[in-house]
Design a protein around this ligand. Structure first.
Ligand code: 0L1
Length: 259
């Protein structure tokens, strides 16, 4: 099989797994396919193209593996990126049947006042932040038990599945996003604790990484795109019947019912 056909075939497999809410085994480990990181991003592009052809609209690029722990585990020294889609928006009720084995992460979400193309510095980015929101990301790896290699998770669009953004927005100067904390409580019990500095030292650094990585493929981050900058703490598994509170220290706290 030539490289293009292989890339398309893997993208199709991931697309079908998401559509049919069925976990598949790691492509790299189990199917013994030797993908480079570049090829994994080509699979991701093909997957995004398939989703577009079926009516989904890309809302914004996003980061994955922004914590030191996840980067070490995956053997990388910078985060990876993927995309969220407009139809991934969730309301305050999350339906587990829409996913394979969803987890929720607390994140700081940032919008920019104008398009930015790398190379950029943290100073450039901070000057251009138009608003800061709280949010959550729903991650739902298409791989069994969330077991994957780096190339697998890149190909699988960084497990991206859904998101929620707060209504309340803050100016960057009114919030210390590095010390901002978030807890995730399930049925009243704290399951996850995190803080902005867990995201590459600051969510602004995460945005710098995203803008600079996207520049290598000629893409910019656009004004107003809500950028999920990465998980503040551990992801939490969602089970039907759960009541989830995501308590931010200063940003808007969020509440979800899982059905
Ligand atoms: O925030 C993230 O790190 C996104 C998820 C990355 C992959 C995963 O843990 O499923």
């Amino acid at each position: 099989m030539n490289e293009d056909s292989l890339i398309h075939e893997i993208a199709m497999e991931l697309y079908d797994a998401q559509k049919e809410k069925r976990a598949i085994s790691s492509i790299v480990d189990t199917q013994a396919i030797d993908l480079s990181l570049d090829q994994a991003y080509h699979v991701q592009e093909a997957l995004i193209q398939l989703k577009r052809m079926h009516g989904s609209r890309v809302l914004a690029p996003k980061l994955g593996l922004t914590s030191e722990a996840k980067m070490t585990q995956m053997g990388v020294n910078q985060p990876i990126y993927g995309y969220i889609f407009a139809d991934g928006s969730v309301g305050d009720t999350i339906l587990v049947d829409n996913y394979i084995h969803p987890k929720i992460e607390a994140e700081i979400v940032v919008t920019l006042a104008k398009d930015m193309m790398g190379p950029v510095t943290a100073e450039d980015v901070a000057k251009n932040v138009s608003a800061v929101f709280s949010g959550v990301e729903i991650i739902d790896s298409r791989y069994e038990d969330f077991k994957f290699q780096l190339q697998d998770v890149v190909a699988d669009n960084t497990s991206a599945s859904g998101y929620y953004l707060s209504e309340q927005a803050f100016a960057l100067e009114d919030i210390d996003i590095e010390s901002e904390t978030a807890q995730i409580l399930v049925n009243g019990e704290v399951i996850s604790n995190g803080q902005g500095s867990n995201v590459l030292g600051s969510p602004i650094n995460a945005l710098v990484s995203l803008i600079n990585q996207l520049a290598k493929r000629g893409e910019s981050v656009k004004a107003g795109q809500p950028i999920l900058t990465g998980a503040l703490g551990q992801a939490v598994t969602l089970n039907s019947g759960d009541s989830i509170q995501v308590k931010f220290q200063n940003l808007e706290s969020l509440h979800f019912t899982v059905k």
